[in-house]
Design a protein around this ligand. Structure first.
Ligand code: ATP
Ligand code: MG
Length: 370
């Protein structure tokens, strides 16, 4: 798929941007604080309805304005669709081809994006919920069933936790109800575990190959960590194991008043030649590991969705040495994926990789094609 046009109104410092994008590489150049990341954020919101940024002002409507709007035209196998997100102080409204879309799950598969940002270092270094969040966002884009199952799991989890507290404080409460919820929860959990396992296995098919293309050394893989050890990911084996774990830990969960086992406690880490990159990797190494993870998502998305996703790379060249910058560009240039890159400059970038690129200058919330 290709995002052919983008139109922003009062989105952060972008008052009115209306541009066409190239099918391959698009580079937004500008000094600090001009609006480069804001543009990528807008594209992410157009795709996922949510911002990918953490720790920035959540109010994305331009100061002193009432409404922000993001519009985009997406071409998928010659089918054109118009996507639209309107943001007011009261909330968001989503549209496809001018028709209101009520459910996020009916909206988000229309534009698939893979985003890389400088904050992504937290994927290696930060807490497990950051990594779970990443898995959820990506799996939700490629599987509506995953998104729905994940939401149902969370509802059941909440109910189960509440009921554990009731059981703890009320001696006449009935445990049968807990067992019913537990059985339902297990079914959702099995599906989530299986999908995450499958996804990480797919990542491992590509990640080391891409890592090697950029740094010329191999040995990277992703290790999935669940807090229940499964010998097998077959339904019945998993069901039996989970029932056993919940049975065994009933008193413990009762005392804590919460569900302590399940995919809500999942994690993964980056293993480089037997070491966890969180503790042994340099900042640059960690950055390239995450980047390779994101690049590995391209063939996965492409085969599952039968169309290529859009790759968004924010401030990609910082912390990469000249050789690696060019290796990365070569890699992108060789592929067919539509890519949007932001950078403060194109110093030391080989011109031969920029032949097909659309280059834009971003200045004070405005964009001009060079
Ligand atoms: N709601 C808003 N209304 C108006 N301006 C905003 C709003 N939210 C953020 N901004 C401003 O947008 C400006 C551009 O931010 P952005 O993060 O896009 O910069 P950037 O070009 O990516 O810079 P850098 O190279 O430092 O990453 C910032 O100065 C910020 O204060
Ligand atoms: Mg930025």
């Amino acid at each position: 798929m290709k995002l052919t046009k983008i139109n922003l109104l009062n989105f952060r410092n972008c008052g009115n941007i209306n541009i066409s994008l190239g099918d391959k590489m698009n580079i937004f150049i500008g000094n600090n604080a001009q609006g480069k990341t804001n543009i990528l954020e807008a594209i992410t919101m157009l795709a996922l309805t949510k911002s990918h940024r953490v720790g920035v002002n959540p109010n994305i409507i331009m100061f002193n304005k009432k409404k922000a709007q993001i519009k985009g035209v997406v071409k998928k196998k010659n089918i054109i669709s118009k996507m639209e997100v309107n943001i007011t102080e009261d909330g968001k409204n989503l549209k496809i081809n001018q028709t209101d879309i009520k459910k996020v799950s009916d909206y988000i598969s229309n534009l698939n994006v893979i985003v890389f940002t400088p904050d992504d270092l937290e994927i290696v270094k930060g807490s497990p919920n950051i990594r779970r969040n990443l898995l959820n966002i990506q799996l939700s884009q490629i599987s509506k069933t995953y998104l729905n199952t994940y939401n149902e799991y969370n509802k059941l989890l909440k109910t189960r936790n509440e009921y554990l507290k009731i059981l703890f404080s009320n001696s006449i409460a009935d445990k049968t109800y807990l067992d019913i919820i537990t059985d339902k929860l297990i079914e959702k959990a099995i599906f989530i575990y299986q999908k995450r396992r499958e996804y990480i296995d797919l990542i491992n098919i590509y990640i080391d190959k891409y890592y090697k293309e950029i740094v010329e050394i191999s040995g990277l893989k992703v290790i999935y960590q669940t807090n229940i050890d499964f010998d097998d990911y077959e339904n019945e084996v998993m069901r039996k194991k989970m029932k056993h774990i919940f049975h065994k830990n009933y008193n413990k969960e009762l005392n804590y008043g919460m569900t302590m086992y399940g995919p809500h406690r999942d994690d993964f880490y980056f293993d480089f030649k037997g070491n966890d990159l969180k503790f042994f990797g340099s900042q640059g190494q960690q950055k390239i590991a995450i980047l390779s993870y994101k690049l590995a998502e391209i063939p996965i998305f492409t085969s599952i969705c039968e169309t290529e996703p859009l790759l968004l790379l924010d401030d990609i060249f910082s912390e990469l040495d000249i050789k690696k910058r060019n290796k990365l560009l070569k890699f992108i240039n060789n592929g067919n994926t539509q890519t949007i890159i932001t950078t403060t400059d194109l110093k030391n970038i080989s011109k031969k990789y920029l032949n097909d690129a659309y280059i834009y200058e971003v200045k004070n919330g405005n964009v001009e094609r060079k």
